[in-house]
Design a protein around this ligand. Structure first.
Ligand code: B3K
Ligand code: ZN
Length: 883
């Protein structure tokens, strides 16, 4: 397999002006005819024209209407090369044959539940026809589709429908024209038996846009929330960024077989059904929130991704980091900002930090890849979003908006780079952004250490920062980063002190805004070591550092437990209140893990329990915030900060603390469950969701107790639930104890919901994640259950992916978990390399464990690498994991 490098980027020698595609969709084969108008690139060229093409059968080729001679071109398994194309403008006519019915990779053109659909990002278009399949080739497309009328009554592609009609032999056709230039990865086609929920949106300039969400007829009632989300997103983008939709039609299609969440094809978004379909009875609050976020995300791509796209795939974060940031802000504005921030930071810590510290660590803009699909990662997406957030933290909301405006003014209709985005931000604000670009090129999570000192005589408070970026593959020595540190100082009354100046770099700098002192300031930490001294500080303050998590770093500080409890109770920055609790919990968990490993008895310190009690019972707090604040850091998060990860110890300790809290706070938790029940109809709004969230977290705590009263309670909650959020939460509570009650209730749930594959996936995932000893056998049995299908990614993510999230069973010391995953990866790779490669990633941090586990995991990785016909996708992850 060949590695591709950013440093080798070359502008294309040939550009494409227009592309006319014609699809004749059939049951055995599909014929794709493509007519491309080609013209020379900026440099002009006499070099060969190389088109990408994979799994294609070339039927005919014409250059300017004439068949080329046999030695004028060649076709191999990946390319069609024209040795000496005409100089100046010319046309290419290419006819290929493809077999969507046999395409199990779910990339290119394939069938899902009887319908045709496409997935072209990143490099799927080359499985449809020969093309320069790279994002800097932007052209105008038309798409002509012909198909059987009864089997495929609906024919969709990008842009506007310009013609449709009947044909002989019960066939029909439709012609779509997209007026905007686009790269091939945004091309889409859908054909099948679908119906739509229709609505309209009037843009702020008064244009009427038709909105259609397409699903099989029986699912239409479940698209109400998706339509609500789409309209909310359209409105939000106008209000916050001044960005209006640019066509008269916007389509969303839901398909059950999809490798990832959704795809932003121009005006024809294609979604995994999981992220469209919802009803109160079948979807949880978490599903509703995910749908809102992802519908927003894909819609927002229309500007950040489609109108302005990426020059090459190394720039992926240009569109993804920015669009994730935009969807995070959208969800914040639609619900609770603090709670959304907490959820996003937890994701970063649970998934991105481990990636950034392991063999697959890569910068937000990777330097190289073997298979681009492997780089749709939490680093490119979530860390990338943190990078965008830092611009906003540094430039302020209006400065950030100015930067965005300039970005669109300069680059609409272009394929650009991360530097172009940086330059727009900098130039629009005349800002000194110092070494900020390092966030794109250096991998690894920076460590930031803070030491504080108060001088009572001089009334100064000093903060000394030191930073270090750990080495990562291919990058052993790192430069110091530009870290924005949002900071406040709390007085003994628990209030923020007014801040007006700080000594830094030998100068007294004003931090007042318009002459007024501030309560939060943003320090620009740019050196390996750096000191900031605040003046006129009347008493020793408690610093609240990195407010709102202003930079994606791991911070250590000299804050004492007393300081942390003080912040937990008083910080005006709600995020940092939560964070103080998490720091305390992390410390506690690590010290109990050490006790566990030394066979010492475990005890929970009572101050921690009191801290949790006071939050649980604080009626002034937002209930969803309470839920987050009483939730312990994840097992993955704790393993990530240990010298040698010990899944058994971490699991035992987390379970122990949960039980102790549940028994110590049993009455309070019971009261919480009872007082937050509701009989009203399900509504998706913050207050209602927050109430359900808190009730269900309390119920989950109680479920950890061996207590018949609690079993009764959970059974009662299960049988009286009127929505899936409450019903599933009760099931989760009951799932914790192996035995007859658990078996019965799981069976009952399946019987109720076997007709609904999205609900059944929750049932699969719940069982897969169970921490009951030897659960791998149960998971193996579920592989043969009629509800399971290896070809459907959602089911694989639920069962196989769910299993890998159970630390005790996946990392079982007898190697049974690793062996299971090894076998699954080899089987999956033959069907769908993208899915297999996501699964094999669970092995990538094998070196973090003890020697026994290391050897077992390594053996599986070696077995996978030795498999016949291994895909590049799996090869890349497995080989990098081993190196
Ligand atoms: N851009 C797509 C992801 C495509 C993944 C290709 N392997 C969805 C999104 O981020 O919006
Ligand atoms: Zn995206």
């Amino acid at each position: 397999p060949k590695e591709i490098f950013l440093k080798d980027y070359k502008q294309p020698d040939y550009l494409f002006e227009t592309v006319h595609l014609k699809f004749t969709l059939g049951e055995e084969k599909t014929i794709v005819s493509s007519k491309i108008v080609v013209y020379p690139g900026l440099e002009g060229s006499s070099s060969p024209l190389v088109l990408d093409g994979v799994d294609l059968k070339l039927i005919s080729l014409k250059v300017d209407g004439k068949e080329p001679k046999e030695d004028d071109f060649c076709v191999d398994s990946r390319h069609l090369t024209l040795y000496s194309p005409p100089s100046g403008k010319f046309t290419l006519d290419i006819v290929t044959e493809i077999y969507p019915q046999k395409n199990t990779s779910l990339e290119g053109l394939y069938k899902s539940s009887g319908n045709f659909c496409t997935q072209c990002e990143a490099e799927g278009f080359r499985k449809i026809t020969f093309y320069q399949d790279r994002p800097d080739i932007m052209a105008k497309y038309t798409c002509h589709i012909e198909a059987d009328k009864s089997l495929y009554p609906v024919l969709l592609s990008n842009g506007n429908l310009i013609e449709q009609g009947e044909m002989e032999g019960n066939k029909h056709y439709a012609i779509w024209e997209d007026p905007f230039v686009k790269p091939s990865y945004l091309f889409a086609l859908v054909a099948g038996q679908l119906e739509s929920r229709d609505d309209t949106f009037i843009t702020r300039s008064g244009r009427k846009v038709s909105l259609r969400i397409w699903t099989p007829a029986q699912d239409l009632p479940k698209t109400v929330h998706a339509m609500y989300s789409l309209k909310a997103a359209m409105k939000w983008d106008e209000d916050v960024f001044g960005l209006e939709y640019d066509l008269d039609l916007f389509n969303i299609v839901a398909v059950p077989d999809f490798n990832m969440g959704a795809m932003e094809n121009k005006s024809l978004n294609i979604f995994n059904s999981k992220l469209v379909l919802a009803s109160p009875e079948t979807a949880t609050d978490a599903d509703y929130a995910a749908i809102l976020g992802v519908i927003g995300h894909e819609y927002f791509h229309n500007w950040t991704g489609n109108r302005v796209t990426c020059r090459d795939w190394f720039q992926l974060s240009l569109k993804e980091g920015l669009t994730v940031f935009r969807d995070q802000e959208f969800s914040s504005d639609m619900g609770s900002r603090t709670v959304k921030r907490i959820a996003d930071v937890s994701t970063l810590r649970t998934y991105q930090f481990p990636q950034d510290a392991g063999p697959m660590a890569h910068p937000v803009r990777p330097h190289s890849y073997i298979k681009m699909d492997n780089f749709y990662t939490v680093t490119v997406y979530e860390k990338g979003a943190e990078v965008v957030r830092m611009y906003k933290t540094l430039l302020g909301a209006s400065g950030f908006r100015k930067g965005m405006d300039l970005y669109f003014e300069r680059h609409d209709g272009q394929a650009v780079t991360c530097e172009d985005f940086f330059a727009a931000m900098r130039d629009a604000n005349g800002a000194d952004m110092s070494n900020f670009l390092l966030w794109y090129s250096q991998a690894g999570t920076p460590r930031l250490n803070v030491v504080s000192a108060y001088d009572a005589q001089a009334k100064t408070f000093s903060l000394k920062f030191s930073q270090e970026v750990p080495p990562s593959p291919g990058q052993l020595v790192k430069e110091p980063m530009f870290i924005p540190v949002a900071l406040g100082l709390l007085g003994s009354n628990g209030k923020d002190m007014p801040l007006s100046s700080v000594y830094h770099d030998g100068k007294l700098e004003s931090i007042a805004i318009n002459g007024q002192p501030v309560h939060t300031t943003v320090l620009r930490v740019t050196k390996k070591e750096e000191e900031f001294v605040f003046t006129d500080i009347p008493e020793r303050p408690v610093p609240s550092i990195l407010r709102g998590y202003s930079a994606p770093v791991r911070m250590d500080s000299d804050l004492t437990d007393a300081d942390l409890y003080f912040l937990l109770a008083n910080d005006s920055d709600e995020f940092n209140r939560w964070e103080a609790g998490q720091v305390l919990a992390r410390k506690l968990m690590l010290s109990l893990v050490a006790d566990f490993q030394q066979n010492k008895p475990l005890t929970l310190n009572s101050q921690f329990l009191h801290g949790i009690r006071s939050i649980l019972c604080d009626l002034s707090l937002d209930k969803e915030f309470i839920g987050k604040a009483i939730t312990l850091p994840t097992e993955a998060e704790i393993m990530d900060i240990m010298e040698v990860a010990d899944p058994d110890a971490v699991h035992a300790v987390r379970t122990f603390i949960r039980k102790e809290l549940a028994s110590g706070l049993k009455q309070e938790l019971l009261d919480t469950v009872k007082s937050n029940r509701s009989s009203e109809e399900y509504v998706f709004n913050h207050l209602n969701m927050a109430r359900r969230a808190l009730k269900n977290i309390a119920l989950a705590y109680l479920g950890s107790l061996d207590d018949p009263e609690i079993t009764e309670l959970a059974l009662h909650e299960y049988s009286t639930a009127t929505n899936m959020t409450d019903q599933f939460a009760a099931l989760v509570a009951l799932d914790q104890k192996p035995g007859k009650t658990r078996d019965d209730i799981l069976a009952d749930f399946y019987n109720k919901w076997q007709h609904d594959f999205l609900v059944v996936n929750k049932w699969l995932a719940l069982q897969a994640m169970a921490d009951i000893p030897g659960n791998v056998e149960n998971v193996r049995k579920l592989l043969d259950h009629p509800a399971f299908d290896l070809r459907n990614p959602n089911k694989v993510y639920a069962l196989v992916g769910g299993f890998c999230r159970s630390p005790v069973n996946f990392h079982a010391k007898d190697g049974s978990g690793y062996k299971f995953l090894g076998e699954m990866v080899v089987q999956l790779d033959k069907l769908n390399p993208q899915v297999a490669s996501r699964m094999v990633s669970s092995f990538s941090r094998w070196k973090r464990y003890d020697e026994t586990r290391q050897n077992l995991a390594k053996a599986q990785l070696e077995m996978i690498l030795a498999a016949n016909g291994l895909s590049e996708n799996v090869f890349e992850i497995a080989s990098k994991s081993l190196s």
